[in-house]
Design a protein around this ligand. Structure first.
Ligand SMILES: [Mg+2]
Length: 281
C-alpha cells in the first residue's frame, strides 16, 4: 500500500492569502497591531509556530498558553470569511492539474491519499472546502498534532496504518509539498519527497533540499506516476534515480552539487551541448 501525503497551501490550492489575513485579524483583535504577518515567514511552518511568531510581532513578546488558545479561536472563526473573500475576488486557485491527478490516484486500490500539513485540522478543511478536493482525503497529519512537520507526517502515517489495517513502511510513503521545509520534514521522517515549483516555495532552497522529484505542477502526471511507482518509466530507469531533467546524468549532476536553479540550468545547457557534440549533431 502506498501512502501519498499532500501539503495544502501552494500544493493543492492557493487560498489568496486567506490564512495570513485571518491571522492578521486575530492578532489585531488581541494586540491592536495591524499586518503582523508582514514581518513573519509563514510558508512551510505549522500554524502554531506562525501564531506564536505573529503574536510576538504584534506585541513584542510570546503569547501565554491562554492567549495562544484565544488567538487560535479567533483565527479559525475568521478563516471561512477570508477564504470566501478570496473566492469572491477570484484569488483562490487549485494548483494546475491537481484535480485530475487526485481523480487518477483515487481510482487505485494500492494507494491511500492523505494530508500532511502545518494547518490546524479545522483550518485545513476550511481552506480546502471551495476546491471540492476534500472528498479525496480520509485522514491526515495536521499542525495541531505537533510543532514539527516531520512529526505531523508520522502522525498521518500512523492514521493511514489504522485505515489500511497494516503497518506502513517508510519507503511506501510519498510526501508532496511546495517548499524545502516539506522536503526536509519528509527526509527527517524517512519518506520520499516530491515538490511542485508553482507553489510558494523558494526555488533555490528547494533545489538545495534535493527532493526526489521536482515538477512545475501536476499538469503532466507522468513524472509523478513514475516517481510513485504507479507507471513504468519509458526509459527503463529505476525509480528514484530519474527525475524531471532529460537524463539520469543530469539528475545526478544537480543531486550531487546541490546548486541552485540558475547554476543547474547553465550546467544542463553545457551537458546538452556536450552530448550533442558527442553524438555528432
Ligand atoms: Mg505549502
Amino acid at each position: 500500500m502506498k501512502i501519498i501525503l499532500f501539503d495544502i497551501d501552494g500544493t493543492l490550492v492557493k487560498a489568496g492569502g486567506a490564512g495570513a489575513r485571518a491571522l492578521d485579524h486575530a492578532v489585531e483583535a488581541m494586540t491592536g497591531h495591524k499586518n503582523a504577518c508582514a514581518s513573519v515567514q509563514l510558508q512551510g511552518a505549522t500554524d502554531k509556530a506562525n501564531f506564536v511568531n505573529a503574536f510576538a510581532a504584534g506585541s513584542g513578546r510570546r503569547p501565554t498558553a491562554r492567549e495562544l488558545a484565544a488567538l487560535t479561536r479567533k483565527y479559525v472563526d475568521r478563516l471561512p470569511h477570508e477564504v470566501l473573500w478570496s473566492v469572491k475576488t477570484k484569488k483562490y486557485f487549485k494548483v494546475k492539474g491537481v484535480e485530475k491527478f487526485l481523480d487518477r490516484l483515487a481510482g487505485r486500490k494500492d494507494a491511500l491519499l492523505g494530508l500532511g500539513t502545518g494547518n490546524l485540522k479545522n483550518g485545513a478543511f476550511i481552506k480546502l472546502e471551495p476546491s471540492g478536493l476534500t472528498k479525496h482525503f480520509a485522514f491526515g497529519g495536521f499542525g495541531c498534532d505537533s510543532h514539527h512537520r516531520s512529526e505531523v507526517l508520522k502522525k498521518a502515517v500512523q492514521r493511514a496504518g489504522r485505515l489500511a489495517k497494516a503497518p506502513i513502511k517508510g519507503g511506501d510513503v510519498f510526501v508532496i509539498g511546495d517548499t524545502h521545509r516539506d522536503v526536509e520534514a519528509a527526509k527527517e521522517a524517512g519518506y520520499h519527497s516530491g515538490v511542485v515549483l508553482d507553489g510558494f516555495g523558494d526555488k533555490a532552497a528547494i533545489m538545495r533540499s534535493n527532493p526526489e522529484l521536482i515538477a512545475k505542477d501536476f499538469s503532466d502526471m507522468k513524472p509523478w506516476l513514475i516517481w510513485l511507482g504507479l507507471m513504468k518509466d519509458p526509459r527503463g530507469v529505476r525509480r528514484g534515480t530519474y527525475i524531471c531533467p532529460d537524463s539520469p546524468i543530469e539528475h545526478a549532476h544537480y543531486g550531487r552539487t546541490g546548486m541552485d536553479l540558475r547554476d543547474i540550468e547553465l550546467g544542463m545547457k553545457k551537458l546538452r551541448e556536450a552530448k550533442k557534440k558527442a553524438a555528432g549533431k
